[in-house]
Design a protein around this ligand. Structure first.
Ligand code: 13P
Ligand code: ZN
Length: 273
């Protein structure tokens, strides 16, 4: 099968374009990776070449040994993914130790995978384990309202989760585990990857202060929908705080407990104090 005919490739391209249309991907902002299923790899493997060099990932992900990932390219614009996927995205293979990758398709003309590959792969490694292999998508974007909140809210998981949950009744239903917050750190390296993947043991959403957001999910729809839900709630919170110094009424802790009971959710009490 031709790569561009594969459903996972079509889904990847559509998600990149949806993110662009939301305004979350100025210039080369953001990156997307997908852990490809074994049968999907088999269906497109005839297009792969194995002559490009192994390159250090910059961290170690032994639980991802031998896996294949589709990834956006470093410095590449989400705007251009739909126009030329082979130049702006690629497929990489992870070696037997989980320490090196090699490009087997795409990323033409010397392009590299996203500079956030260490964060993506460490998140994938954690999520593969805690979700029993279900989570396959890691998505990083620069949505403006979420970023704006990192300048005015205290940078802790409890405050962000509770403030964002209060902005839309669907929020605790969509992300009942809450949101993690990473303080400002230099992007692109192992340290921020370790901090983010630590949060991904508990959460499907991690906010990078003054930078953006990471979401993890089982498929493209769920992961995009998660980012969209958090950013929409963040937009409401920005509007609320712009209109008045305090909320006049809101969803209260016992309201969340009632919601949890009727929707069969487990909402951690630490967010309901
Ligand atoms: P890349 O172009 O290397 O993916 O980087 C974009 C980005 O958002 C860095 O955090
Ligand atoms: Zn970024």
């Amino acid at each position: 099968m031709k790569i561009l005919d594969a459903e996972f490739v079509k889904g990847f391209i559509r998600m990149a374009n949806d993110g662009w249309e939301q305004g979350w991907h100025e210039r080369n902002g953001g990156n997307l990776t997908y852990r490809i299923k074994a049968d999907e790899v088999d269906a497109v493997k005839e297009n792969f070449t194995f002559d490009r060099p192994w390159t250090p990932i910059g961290t170690s992900v032994p639980f991802l040994a031998g896996e294949y990932f589709m990834t956006t390219g470093s410095g590449k614009y989400f705007r251009n993914v739909i126009l030329d996927a082979e130049a702006n995205t690629g497929i990489v293979e992870i070696d037997e130790k989980g320490e090196n990758f090699r490009i087997v398709w795409g990323l033409l003309n010397g392009a590299r995978p996203t500079s956030e590959l260490p964060s993506h792969l460490m998140n994938h490694e954690v999520k593969k384990q805690v979700s029993g292999g279900k989570h396959r998508v890691i998505y990083h974007a620069h949505p403006a309202n979420t970023i704006a909140l990192t300048f005015v809210l205290p940078l802790d998981d409890v405050t962000f989760t509770r403030e964002i949950w209060e902005m839309a009744t669907e929020c605790p239903v969509v992300f009942p585990d809450g949101i993690g917050v990473v303080p400002w750190m230099v992007p692109g390296g192992r340290d921020i990857a370790v901090a983010t993947s630590e949060l991904m043991k508990q959460y499907d959403v991690a906010i990078w202060a003054h930078h953006g957001m990471f979401c993890s999910g089982e498929d493209f729809d769920l992961t995009f929908g998660l980012m969209h839900t958090v950013e929409k709630a963040a937009e409401i919170l920005v509007k609320v705080r712009s209109m008045a110094p305090a909320k006049r009424q809101t969803i209260l802790p016992d309201d969340f407990r009632d919601l949890a009971r009727d929707f069969g959710l487990t909402l951690p009490e630490k967010f309901l104090k």
